[in-house]
Design a protein around this ligand. Sequence first.
Ligand SMILES: Nc1nc2c(ncn2[C@@H]2O[C@H](COP(=O)(O)OP(=O)(O)O)[C@@H](O)[C@H]2O)c(=O)[nH]1
Ligand SMILES: [Mg+2]
Length: 327
Amino acid sequence: MGCLRMGEVDTLIQKALKGDKVAISKILTLVENDPNVVNYLPRTLWPEKPRAHLIGVTGSAGVGKSTLIAALIDEIVGDGASVAVIAVDPSSPFSGGAFLGDRVRMVGIKNVDRVFIRSMSTHSEEALPLKALLASEVLDSLGYDYIVIETPGAGQFNVQIVNAVDTVVVVLMPGAGDEIQALKAGVMEIGDVYVVNKADMPEAELTYNQVSFALSNVERDWKPRILKVSALHRIGVRDLYRVIKEHFNFLQKTGIINEKRVRRRELELELIVRYRVMSSLTRLINQDDRAKKIYNELLAGKLNPVVAANELVNLMIKSWRLDTEVK
Ligand SMILES: Nc1nc2c(ncn2[C@@H]2O[C@H](COP(=O)(O)OP(=O)(O)O)[C@@H](O)[C@H]2O)c(=O)[nH]1
Ligand SMILES: [Mg+2]
């Protein structure tokens, strides 16, 4: 549990359950520093049955994801609901690990007690999807109605988050030629809702038409929606919120929501197992002479990766047995 004692963690949890944002933030830091911490959190901090609507907002840097989320927060809060945001964009204005970013204060959100914003550090890229998903589960258990994950529109993190959330919002901006090409090629058919943001700019209409055309052949039960929005000028944001709710209703009515949540739990399992195994492997190679030897022989080309993996996995299993015997 890092440098915190169990008693302190209990106090934190009690405060978090009462909505104390500093306490929530500290708990998320614990999870971020070591996902295994979830082991020690009480069941009250893990939703047996997910309840929140989990939304992924994805798109290239600069398209206006953070601005859009800030605007969306106002709609959500104005509707009497609560929202937590996990921003994993390193260039995000929700910066500095703040639980309530300056940007949000700047746009004048009134009911700040129903808003929680968390920036995640991008230092250890690999475990990011796991950390973001665990954080979202904890936030769900704390009762947030909406959980929004902002993801940079590329990379492994993006792929995994897009597969794990309930609703995917793809944000584009006028003149986004490459993205339109990607849409036509079908590699961007990940969105439930497409937002052409910065609709206050001259080329917005053209981009909107291109996106509509590129998506016109998509055959799905849920036909992706395309919206023109100006996040900065707060135009079309209410429509976006309405469509997001419509999609959630669709997921519930069709029962697809359950499939999504099962898939999310499966992905979490896979990510945790991978995290455990890889951290165990790293530890073994650093601390165990036999493991170190195998590793060096692999690098020197004396062992092939399959043989090396077999031997390392055997050593790992033995070290795990020892672990459990000690306990
Ligand atoms: N003209 C215009 N600019 C916008 C709009 N939304 C965001 N921006 C600007 O686009 C830039 C990038 O926005 P940001 O939200 O940080 O994008 P992100 O990287 O996708 O999170 C900022 O300077 C915003 O003020 C919009 O609707 N219209
Ligand atoms: Mg951003």
